[in-house]
Write a protein that binds this ligand. Structure first.
Ligand code: HEM
Length: 167
């Protein structure tokens, strides 16, 4: 059975063709590079916070880590924009791959956990012990979901059925 024809229509748009076929290294590869930078910002900052809440890095005070949320949201914004551009470049490749939907599900759950963690840290009167008590379980989920997201993202390069719409 052929993939939905909508995928071919997306693939034939000027934007998709330009992103995929431009010979300039500042198009597709820059988008992919920015996707990795966004991931480093988001999961670098969130991973540090998670590890601290779980009980590692005990010499670091917990409450000042609330300043990392800005970096996390920035990284997430970069990855949403660059992710959509990567998707537009090869819509058939991603949207016919179940791993892509698993990755999106992991992202949706991880963002929900991030929102909850942010709400915990929004209480500026909470002590480090309070933050750990309220955030440790969320932090475990967060780490697991981001690991699943990165694994899913990387596997997309090896698990696809089509690269382009079959002709
Ligand atoms: C929010 C956090 C996200 C993380 C941590 C993440 C992670 C990754 C990783 C690790 C890769 C592999 C990069 C490589 O092979 O060099 C990747 C590729 C990709 N991501 Fe994301 N991603 C995120 C968000 C998104 C979103 C929101 C979308 C689309 C709506 C998306 C779509 C893609 C696509 C299409 C690829 C290319 C897959 C391929 O090789 O064919 N990503 N992502």
């Amino acid at each position: 059975m052929e993939p939905p024809v909508l995928l071919r229509l997306i693939e034939e748009t000027t934007l998709s063709t330009w992103l995929r076929e431009s010979e300039s290294p500042f198009v597709f590869y820059l988008v992919l590079l920015c996707h990795t930078f966004g991931l480093a910002l988001l999961i670098g900052a969130n991973g540090l916070l998670d590890l601290r809440l779980i009980g590692f890095l005990r010499e670091i005070p917990v409450a000042p880590l609330r300043r990392l949320f800005r970096l996390m949201w920035l990284g997430l914004g970069v990855n949403l924009v660059t992710g959509v551009l990567l998707l537009i470049s090869y819509p058939t490749k991603s949207l016919t791959n179940p791993v892509f939907y698993a990755k999106l599900t992991a992202i949706a759950c991880a963002v929900r956990v991030l929102t909850k963690l942010h709400a915990v840290f929004a209480d500026t009167s909470a002590t480090d012990a309070d933050l750990i008590a309220r955030g440790a379980t969320l932090a475990r989920w967060s780490l697991g979901l981001w690991i699943a997201t990165i694994t899913g993202g990387r596997l997309l390069a090896y698990t696809y059925k089509y690269i382009l719409y079959p002709s």
